[in-house]
Design a protein around this ligand. Structure first.
Ligand code: AGP
Length: 614
């Protein structure tokens, strides 16, 4: 989604700092960008540009052409109104009394716009943000109140989500912010304050970070930050120190973040498992506050997520049902939130999310909490909304993930779900201690096995280059292999723009097989021994209709070479853990196809890293 950066200080020119921060947020949205900077008491200078951030940088001579020590900047991912300079942020009142940037969606902006039109305001853009900025101005002037009260009144009147950063003409050197459901952090250092949508934007300057709470406001000055609640009362807050470094959010020699993050998977897997594995091979979830009694008394598990995180849920469903023998359902958060789901009061709702800010997943979490159901968040971003609002949190330790297409966070989420399934199974008396220890010992071998697979990437690169012109690709598998196919297919389509579909292998013949024609690529995933032969039969069915076959299976199944045209072997492991390995060639496939098509791998069109709108 959109990215926000704000900066106020006593010494440094603001615009270059804003551009630098925005470049770290470009992954959130990138169809236009803009900044507004104030030089002392002068009105802000607003510069906006359609397209990538580099165009804004060119327009401002890398920021050097815009003087002033206090400013706000924005990268936009269009929701209301097409990508254009006119719709780009910052937005402002005609008299420059209020200038602001916004991330989120104001749902009732049409009604608010009509109200403002009746009060003499006019509008130059199609955006909901211009409405929000002018509403702040309206309250500020009508009631002759200060920024806190004007923002509070706006917050009460507005429906939807927002991270809003504004500058008031009467308050030079100050930035005022308000937040509901869209991420926003504030950083401080001696003589300077920063606001941003995400930590990487300010990490070069400070590690002292405050997470702005829901329905909270703040005032930033060069001397620090003050937080306010909706009543306008000051609400003191403690900062946290960010312990990952700026380099973790840089490309580190790789051509793309996605490739860097594929390579970071062994570490993400290792770090996540080590956070819950004890030295003697047991699992400990005390940090997440999950007690043994709680785990034993559960009667059902509902997993809610979006996109790749939902695919992790799909994989986990097979594992939980097999190991724990407890009913599990996996729901798309966007569906779950609106269908008044029937949930067992003794159940657990697990929300999986890398960003912890996905609007639908957050709403699903709230829906579950409102129904009085215990919630567990499996989240990567520390301090994110989902992490803060869930009853229990298990953090995946993937580190910052920048590429829109998730890889290492997905892998870390899988590990979190394996650990949960194994521990639940053990505590509920289904796995013996010996079996548990044998499984955790196997788990520890995954990072090395993943490394080996990544090391063999050239073979996938060669194969991928042959299919860069493909029109359609199908991924088929059964059980956990089907869940792996879902992720493989998404990786392919989201970055290569090739139409692809994942199908449960046995379902293909109920309609979709009619699409199979000469030369079409069908990728079969066959890591589950008990389903292997069934899937081979389905591969043979499509081969006889002209499909070109790629097969991914474990070492030892060499007879696959009699059926498929191109094979990839993955190291053997416990079949419950197969997704962690089989997904790697599929991630590499998607990556290399996109690269050979010359596409922007890290920032695919129309997509944003964290989807904070419905
Ligand atoms: C996958 O590559 C996508 N980036 C997307 O499907 C993502 O997994 C989904 O939007 C959920 O995001 P979250 O994990 O931050 O909630």
């Amino acid at each position: 989604m959109c990215g926000i950066v704000g900066f106020t200080n006593r010494k440094r020119q603001a615009a270059p700092v804003l551009l630098e921060g925005l470049s770290k947020l470009e992954y959130r949205g990138y169809d236009s960008a803009g900044l507004a900077v104030r030089d002392g008491e002068n009105d802000p200078v607003v510069v906006r540009a359609k397209g990538r951030l580099r165009i804004l940088a060119e327009k401002t001579n890398d920021g050097k052409a815009v003087p002033g020590l206090c400013g706000i900047g924005h990268t936009r991912w269009a929701t209301h109104g097409e990508p254009s300079e006119q719709n780009a942020h910052p937005h402002r009142t005609e008299d420059m009394n209020v200038v602001g940037v916004h991330n989120g969606i104001i749902e009732n902006y049409v009604e608010l716009k009509e109200k403002l039109l009746r009060h003499g305001y006019s509008f130059y853009s199609e955006t909901d943000t211009e409405v929000a900025v002018k509403l702040v101005d309206y309250y500020y002037k009508k009631y002759r109140i200060g920024p806190v009260d004007a923002l509070a009144k706006t917050m009460v009147r507005v429906r939807g989500s927002y991270a809003l950063a504004v500058m008031f003409r009467d308050y030079p050197g100050e930035i005022w912010v308000a937040r509901k459901d869209s991420p926003m952090i504030i950083g401080t250092e001696e003589g300077a304050s920063y606001v941003a949508s995400d930590v990487p934007a300010i990490l070069k300057y400070t590690r002292t970070v405050y997470y702005v709470g829901n329905l909270e406001m703040a005032r930033l000055t060069p001397d620090g930050v003050t937080f306010y609640d909706l009543n306008g009362d000051e609400s003191p807050k403690e900062p946290v120190t960010i312990d990952w470094d700026a380099e973790a959010a840089e490309k580190g020699g790789f051509e793309h973040f996605m490739m860097k993050e594929i390579h970071e998977q062994p570490k993400a897997i290792r770090d996540t498992m080590n956070s819950a594995l004890t030295e003697d091979g047991h699992i400990d979830f005390t940090a997440a506050g999950l007690t043994e009694e709680m785990i034993r008394s559960l009667r059902e598990i509902t997993i809610v997520a979006c996109g790749s995180a939902w695919h992790v849920g799909m994989t986990a469903q097979y594992i939980f049902e097999d190991l724990v023998r407890i009913p599990v359902r996996v729901e798309l958060a966007s569906e779950f939130r609106y269908r008044d789901p029937i949930l067992d009061p003794d159940g657990l709702v697990v929300v999986i999310s890398q960003s912890g800010e996905t609007a639908d997943s957050l709403a699903a979490l709230r829906e579950a909490r409102e129904k009085g159901i215990r919630t567990l968040a499996v989240v990567n971003v520390v301090g994110s909304s989902i992490a803060r609002e869930a009853d229990h949190v298990f953090y995946t330790l993937a580190g910052p993930e920048i590429a829109v297409a998730t890889t290492k966070a997905y892998s870390a989420q899988l590990i979190a779900m394996y650990l949960l399934a194994m521990q639940f199974s053990y505590l509920r008396g289904r796995l013996t201690e010996e079996e548990l220890l044998s499984m955790t010992a196997e788990l520890r071998t995954l990072p090395e096995k993943a490394e080996k697979l990544i090391g063999d990437k050239e073979r996938i690169q060669w194969f991928a280059s042959k299919f860069s012109n493909a029109r359609d690709i199908f991924f088929i598998g059964r059980g956990i292999d089907y869940a792996i196919c879902l992720e493989g297919s998404l990786k392919m389509k989201e970055i290569s723009y090739i139409h692809s579909e994942a199908y449960a292998a046995g379902e293909l013949k109920h309609g979709t097989i009619s699409l199979v024609e000469d030369g079409i690529l069908v990728v079969g995933v066959l890591t589950q021994n008990d389903l292997y032969e069934k899937t081979v039969s389905n591969l043979v069915e499509v081969k006889s209709r002209g499909a070109y076959l790629m097969g991914i299976t474990t070492y030892g199944h060499y007879e696959i070479e009699d059926t498929v045209d191109f094979n990839v072997y993955v190291p053997r492991t416990d079949p419950h853990f197969a997704a962690s390995l089989a997904v790697i060639p599929l991630q590499l496939m998607g990556y290399y196809v996109a690269v050979s098509k010359g596409l922007d791998v890290d920032k695919p069109r129309n997509l944003a890293k964290s989807v904070t709108v419905e």
